[in-house]
Design a protein around this ligand. Structure first.
Ligand code: MG
Length: 465
């Protein structure tokens, strides 16, 4: 009897110790996610005239990730991958007919997916989504139905809901007015404002983010801050008008940079900086067909919508003072799905075994300059695997340029091959010299396809009448 009592006492004590240890060690998690930001759009990634002092400082205090990818070259699938840790083909969050969800879409992120917020919520985190969601705008798909305690933002792209009397074609973008796009600004399930005043949207997202951090400073928290910008139409507040040498697009980036500074300074002021991991990245590359209203992928080829590296490699920074050594530049491979797996691992969550998760826990490679566990990057356009990167080698099975204009898909058999570490601009096809690499990549693609069970697309479901 006594033995049994002592045993259960020990069990209780060790369990509570464990709970305490997990709580003390798990950091707060912040993910700042831009929309259509190009690889070359930050000063710390080489832009000559856009000034991003806060992001530059973040990079100086953390690690700049130079080979970090999103999982898709367009919004909805890319966001689905970040939120589920899975390639969008596995969740039905991609399509060959519709690139993304629209206001007339009736689908969204399936309830069967375990979102990053749901996983962290289970570990006791307070959760907030501030910004562009784009994983379904019906109540059952919004952030508050997917593990977030609260939501504040525009639920889809800022160029949707265009009003009938706005100038046609691209005219409305060159001199954008708030009233041309009747997009809602929501709090949880309610519409607060319509059209959303987009000129102050970056500022208001920053204020909302700062207030969430302050409110939850004594809790573990997860803040997901997906900006609506620099997706066109471009807007910035009065304070940033005409500020950048890069024009309107530069003003927008410099305001986003300011907002990153607000978030980081709040963490420093509250002495939470050494217990918070902050990621900065983007959903896809720059929308090049919008000329100077789109960004630049720097030395990478092409941009948004394509599976050339400019469409999916993002300017990425990870910051966790005291844990991630300052001033690193890492060329290790990573993807936004790894943010999912890394975050859940840091929170002490166990992943379900029966579900395929495509992310890796990058904690050790961020901390110790160890090798990343990721060796492969899959490049999907809709449901087609267009290219595969293994180590430095990227083979394209098919290529297609940006979405507008006459851009036919070209199938390549044998594939074209680039060594991305020698040739980041994908200029010199070396397939002929490396048949063994082609064979290896083809085998990896075949093995991957075996794991994919195609499910019906959520993007093709119409809005119920
Ligand atoms: Mg986007």
């Amino acid at each position: 009897m006594l033995f049994r009592f002592l045993f259960s006492l020990i069990a209780v004590v060790s369990l509570s110790n464990f709970a305490f240890a997990a709580k003390a060690e798990s950091p707060n998690i912040v993910v700042i996610f831009c929309d259509d930001l190009g690889y070359g759009d930050l000063s710390c990634f080489g832009h000559p005239t856009i000034r991003t002092p806060n992001l530059d400082q973040m990079a100086a205090e953390g690690v700049r990730l130079t080979q970090f990818y999103s999982a898709s070259p367009v919004c909805t699938p890319s966001r689905a991958a970040l939120m589920t840790g899975r390639l969008p083909i596995r969740s039905g969050m991609c399509s060959d007919k519709r690139r993304v969800l629209f206001p007339n879409s009736g689908g969204g992120i399936p309830a069967s997916e375990v979102t990053l917020a749901e996983g962290l919520k289970k570990q006791g985190y307070a959760t907030a989504c501030v910004g562009k969601w784009h994983l379904g705008h019906l109540p059952q798909f919004l952030p508050t139905s997917n593990g977030f305690d609260s939501y504040f933002g525009i639920p889809y792209s800022n160029d949707m809901d265009r009003v009938n009397d706005a100038p046609r074609g691209r005219e409305s973008f060159w001199d954008p007015k708030v009233e041309y796009w009747n997009v809602p600004l929501m709090r949880d399930l309610e519409i607060l404002e319509r059209p959303a005043d987009q000129t102050t949207i970056t500022r208001r997202y920053a204020e909302e983010a700062v207030s969430f951090i302050k409110k939850n400073k004594d809790e573990k928290f997860f803040l997901y801050l997906p900006h609506s910008l620099p997706h066109v139409p471009l807007f910035r507040s009065k304070e940033f008008e005409g500020k950048s040498l890069r024009g309107l697009y530069g003003d927008v980036i410099e305001e986003i940079d300011w907002s990153v500074g607000e978030v980081l300074q709040t963490l420093r002021d509250l002495k939470l900086d050494d217990n918070t991991i902050v990621w900065f990245t983007s959903d896809n590359g720059p929308w090049l067909t919008f000329n100077d209203h789109g960004g630049t992928a720097g030395l990478l080829r092409e941009g948004k919508g394509t599976t050339w590296d400019g469409g999916m490699r993002e300017p990425s920074i990870c910051w966790w003072p005291g844990t991630i050594p300052a001033g690193q530049v890492s060329a290790e491979l990573g993807t936004t799905m790894d943010i999912y797996s890394t975050s859940l691992a840091l929170a002490g969550a166990k992943l379900e075994k029966e579900r395929i998760v495509d992310g890796y826990d990058l904690t050790e490679s961020l901390k110790d300059k160890a090798k990343s566990p990721r060796e492969i990057v899959y490049y999907y356009r809709g449901t087609q695997l267009m290219a595969l990167r293994k180590g430095p080698w990227k083979a394209h099975f098919a290529t297609q340029e940006s979405y507008t204009g006459n851009n036919k898909r070209i199938e390549h058999d044998p594939p074209v091959l680039y060594n991305l570490e020698v040739d980041p601009s994908e200029k010199w096809d070396v397939a002929e010299q490396h048949p063994e690499v082609i064979a290896e990549i083809k085998a990896a693609a075949d093995a991957h396809k075996e794991t994919v069970v195609v499910v019906p697309s959520q993007l093709e479901i119409p809005l119920p009448k």
